[in-house]
Design a protein around this ligand. Sequence first.
Ligand code: 6PG
Length: 259
Amino acid sequence: MPESHLLIFPTLGAMSQAAVDLFIQAAGEAVKKRGRFLAVLSGGNTPVPFFRLLAQPANRNKLPWELMYFFWADERCVPPEHLESNYGLARLKFLAYVPIPQTNLHRIKGELPVREALKDYQKQLLSFAEPGLKWPRFDFVLLGLGADGHTASLFPGMSFGEKSADPVISAKVQYQDRPAERISLTETIFNTSRLVLFLVSGEEKAEALAATRRGKMDPSRWPAQRVRPDQGKVWWYVDASAASFLSEDTNKHEMDYMR
Ligand code: 6PG
């Protein structure tokens, strides 16, 4: 069983600053132990304040940017300058304002035909591979949760098996008005990570959060249940409205109220 903790914050702002603090701590530890920090980012609305905070001098100046490498959990198949690009979002909100070498950014090339983009991303992952794996053991993986229970681009009902999946997949799923063609890492990679942080905000996520955390195991219905890094930690940072369906008898030791 992976170590998993859930913290409830009164606001998205408080949750985002706590996420930045965790990120800074993880980066410091990784660089001290292994000389570099390998992080995975997601798209969506929830991480936007987190991204913005990273670019602020008080946080930016605490990070070893030259030793930091970014990958993406998933990407919509659009060019990097497209408004729906997950890489583009991170660039717009913080990457353009921090001293990170361009060569440290390992984006999924959404502008390429899907098969080529998949191959290219597999190659980029391989060039950082942990011995015995075809991808690195990531130090920090940022994930979101959709109101339907998806995470990255692992959607309910997707047809790969319960236990194992290719490390990188393509998917065609219409969610809200976002681009349907996507490329995504799967739990095969997430589950070798050292730390996974889910950021969840808003009452429309309340049902999915409660089912993912407290419901019976049904990863086909609730794909975020697939994320269980045996040798890593999972943090759930959620705001009060997203937490509103979590039952009151939730184990106290698992839940700290941040005020
Ligand atoms: C994507 C994201 C996706 C996201 C969730 C939550 O590319 O769509 O990576 O998995 O994390 O959809 O998105 P919100 O934060 O906007 O609710």
